[in-house]
Design a protein around this ligand. Structure first.
Ligand code: GTP
Length: 602
């Protein structure tokens, strides 16, 4: 037991986490050097292309130091802000963390957010500066930033400097892991039954034969195949099919013991029953024992409707979502239908990156062409009938007559940036409905801006704008911070007097006029002309606040007449007019899919 070390790596995207993990695997002989790229191939196509870790991959390594043998369990953590709950559960599964910072980029907002999470869990932090081989490495500046964050490292020379690429300094990191991170302590917690179990789920995957595979940290007791288990929050029960560890591929073991990290193949077929943060018990103790704390219900933050471009693809989309859900338990969806778009689904996501990943995967892995509606947050709507409605799409907002008030989600936003961009960043934030809170300094050159801001303000193109005003240097993280009432209204867009649902959105009343104008003007530019005049209107309730018209296409019916037979010409024009009126009567405008996609872009 004393020879186990459980740890993870906290790093911002691209700071070298996967590269460092690869060096660890080589140094400990876990994966042979010539097989290294094979493991790389294991990752999703999208991950490799974007160079980001979407799916975390735990691994057990054997390591010898001064004739002692250790089992090192490394859990990788996803670097993006969307996945902070998953990160917090990974952190809860270990005793220490390597804080990895790129020497050319310095500390970033997400690193900071995850460091706070790690400190809250009471983890031992090992600060490491990576990429010291690069000519533009600013090792001493970055060291100053780290010392500011971790004052206890002052003067102890604890900040390690490495190149994960060349391997320089990496052995010292493994030594520090063994020396500084404590072995897992078996909690004093006494279960009522001997040989019982408490295991924390920090991730899961799916296997068609073994069902949902829970990735766990065992805190108390033990577990082996054949035993009957129960999950605390989801109440699901099953017989364990297999247990084992990560090498990094799944390797079957006789049993898993307290202090260890490994997997439990549950045989359960529904991934929604095996949730990150839940506790696994053995049946018998479950009713008596206490769950490990920190569990949260999966909570999507951003919602969008997905419709197949062709209605024939509805079943394909349905199957595809079911399959994605097997590997991405945080994805939620329910069927929805719209008069304009037919049958589709309303999906809930952790954040904007998550939307992007899911739509890309649907496109690439399932060949689906999709229409995606304007993303929305969840509003709480108090009505005159006392009930509070939870609304996740503008189309679902009730009649303004019965609404008392609408609350929207607020987040605490932290932006970390070189001081030289503070001016532009504050200007950008001033354009949003934001509330300035504070500025902290990480070093002379790097500051943290803190704001309260409605989530809806930052879900569309805020991240891109942040990057563009700061030449890519600013980074951000955010955390939910309750709900606040605001004067919000539903803005509808009518094309030829018919409401087009995917264009509806919930906006602040004072911005409705401007936003309505912007949308109808844009539509006028991109909607193809019809045989009849098409009116474009923006409306709140029944009231039209902006209007444009697209003139009809006019076929030159008189063109072939020469010699000025005016009456004849008039007659023809008259006939054309009647024809158009008829068409208009029947006239529903078919909106091409590309118009929907175009309208999503600001
Ligand atoms: P995410 O998976 O997105 O969180 O990124 P990551 O932190 O795993 O970064 P990754 O290991 O993919 O490294 C990002 C880039 O930095 C890659 O191109 C690496 O080759 C490069 N890199 C990593 N470590 C070093 C280093 O020590 N020196 C140099 N020169 N490049 C490095």
């Amino acid at each position: 037991m004393q020879n186990i070390r459980n740890f993870c790596i906290i790093a911002h995207i691209d700071h070298g986490k996967s590269t460092l993990a690869d060096r660890f695997l080589e140094l400990t002989g876990t994966v042979e050097k010539r097989k290294m790229h094979e493991q790389f191939l294991d990752q999703m196509e999208l991950e490799r292309e974007r160079g980001i870790t979407i799916k975390l991959q735990p691994v057990r390594m054997s390591y010898a130091l001064h004739a002692e043998h250790y089992a090192l369990n490394l859990i990788d953590t996803p670097g993006h802000v969307d996945f902070s709950y998953e990160v917090s559960r990974s952190l809860a599964a270990v005793e220490g963390a390597i804080l990895l910072v790129d020497a050319t980029k310095g500390v970033q907002a997400q690193t900071l957010a995850n460091l706070h999470l790690a400190q809250k869990q009471g983890l031992v932090i090992i600060p490491v500066i990576n990429k010291i081989d690069l000519p533009n490495a600013k090792v001493s500046e970055v060291e100053e930033e780290i010392r500011h964050l971790l004052p206890e490292t002052e003067g102890v020379g604890l900040v390690l400097k490495i190149s994960a690429k060349t391997g320089e300094g990496v052995p010292a990191v493994l030594e520090s892991v063994v020396k500084l991170i404590p072995a897992p302590q078996i909690a004093n917690y006494r279960l009522p039954v001997t040989n019982s179990l408490r295991a924390l789920i920090f991730d899961s995957s799916f296997d068609i034969y073994k069902g949902v595979i829970a990735y766990v940290r065992v805190f108390d007791g033990s577990v082996k195949a054949g035993e009957r288990i129960k999950l605390f929050a989801s109440k699901a029960g099953s017989d364990v099919i297999e247990v084992g560890c990560f090498m990094p591929r799944l390797k079957k073991e006789q049993q898993l013991l307290a202090g260890e990290i490994g997997y439990i193949a549950t045989g359960l077929k529904n991934p929604g029953q095996v949730r990150v943060g839940d506790t696994i018990f053995k049946v018998g103790d479950g009713e008596l024992a206490e769950a490990l704390h920190g569990y949260l219900e999966p909570k999507p933050m951003v919602f969008a409707s997905f419709y197949p471009e062709s209605s024939d693809d509805y079943d394909t989309l349905k199957d595809a979502l079911g399959k994605l859900k097997l590997t991405d338990a945080s994805l939620v969806y329910e069927p929805e239908s719209s008069p304009a778009l037919g049958r589709g689904f309303r999906l809930g996501f952790l954040g904007m990156l998550h939307i992007e990943i899911v739509s890309e995967r649907l496109r690439r892995e399932f060949g689906l062409a999709l229409i995606v509606s304007t993303p929305s947050v969840e509003y709480h709507v108090a009505t005159k009938r006392v009930e509070v409605l939870k609304i996740r799409s503008a189309a679902a907002l009730p009649d303004p007559g019965i609404i008392e008030s609408i609350e929207e989600p607020i987040v605490e936003l932290e932006i970390l940036s070189p001081v030289s961009y503070m001016g532009q960043l504050m200007k950008l934030l001033a354009e949003l409905r934001s509330q300035y809170r504070a500025t902290d300094y990480l070093s002379k050159e790097v500051a943290i801006l803190k704001y309260l801001v409605p989530l809806s303000e930052i879900i569309t193109d805020f991240y891109d704008r942040l990057k563009s005003v700061s030449s890519g240097y600013a980074s951000m993280s955010y955390e939910p911070s309750g709900y606040q009432v605001y004067d919000l209204v539903r803005l509808d867009i009518l094309v030829a007097e018919e409401r087009v649902e995917p264009f509806s959105k919930i906006v602040p009343r004072e911005q409705a006029y401007y936003e309505g104008r912007r949308i109808v003007e844009k539509l006028k530019k991109i909607l193809p002309r019809q045989w009849f005049t098409v009116s474009l209107q923006a409306a709140i309730g029944g009231k039209i606040i902006a209007r444009e018209t697209i003139p009809a296409l006019r076929k030159d019916v008189t063109g072939y007449l020469y010699g000025g037979d005016v009456t004849r010409k008039k007659k023809l024009l008259e006939k054309q007019k009647r024809g158009k009126a008829k068409m208009k009567e029947r006239g529903r405008v078919e909106i091409p899919q590309k118009v929907f996609l175009e309208m999503l872009k600001k």
